[in-house]
Design a protein around this ligand. Structure first.
Ligand code: HEM
Length: 135
């Protein structure tokens, strides 16, 4: 990712933070619409899950320029996700749901450059998480 892209992801995520609860709800609604078979993998309270997901995205967004620290945390998260029944193919569905949600949530601020920056950022996250899945 370029420093400009990291900046775009951070600025746009900062706009999501104050509305993270409805955004998380929108995200999971879209995810289960895209693939209803994913719903049973989630056993806990979805509001709590949304808070955890948003916190983790926040950590990752903050660490995009410090990959030596970020990657071990992502690999560990990827490992835990395997334990929840997550397969590598599911990451594409999550990517679609996330981009759709950001577009809906950010409106005009979700420019083509912001979209490209999020695709790159998601690639960093999912890449590190899936590497573990493949190992
Ligand atoms: C970049 C991608 C992803 C991120 C940042 C992420 C983040 C998280 C976080 C923070 C948790 C909370 C528990 C923990 O920390 O161990 C979690 C749990 C979980 N994630 Fe992910 N995840 C991602 C991808 C996926 C994908 C692709 C799926 C597939 C459906 C998935 C399904 C789950 C499930 C089922 C749980 C456990 C829910 C429960 O406790 O019942 N995640 N994830």
């Amino acid at each position: 990712m370029t420093p400009e892209q990291i900046g775009l992801v951070r600025t746009s995520f900062a706009q999501v933070v104050p509305i993270r609860e409805p955004v998380a709800e929108l995200f999971y609604g879209r995810l289960f619409e895209l693939d209803p078979s994913l719903r049973p993998l989630f056993k806990g309270d979805m509001k709590e899950q949304g808070i955890k997901l948003m916190a983790m995205i926040g950590t990752a967004v903050g660490g995009l320029d410090n990959r030596e620290s970020l990657d071990p945390a992502l690999r560990a998260l990827g490992q835990r996700n395997i334990g929840y029944g997550v397969a590598a193919a599911h990451y594409d569905t999550v990517a679609s749901a996330l981009l759709w949600t950001l577009e809906r949530s950010l409106g005009a601020a979700f420019t083509a450059d912001v979209r490209a920056a999020w695709i790159a950022a998601y690639g960093v996250l999912a890449g590190a998480m899936i590497d573990t899945a493949a190992a």
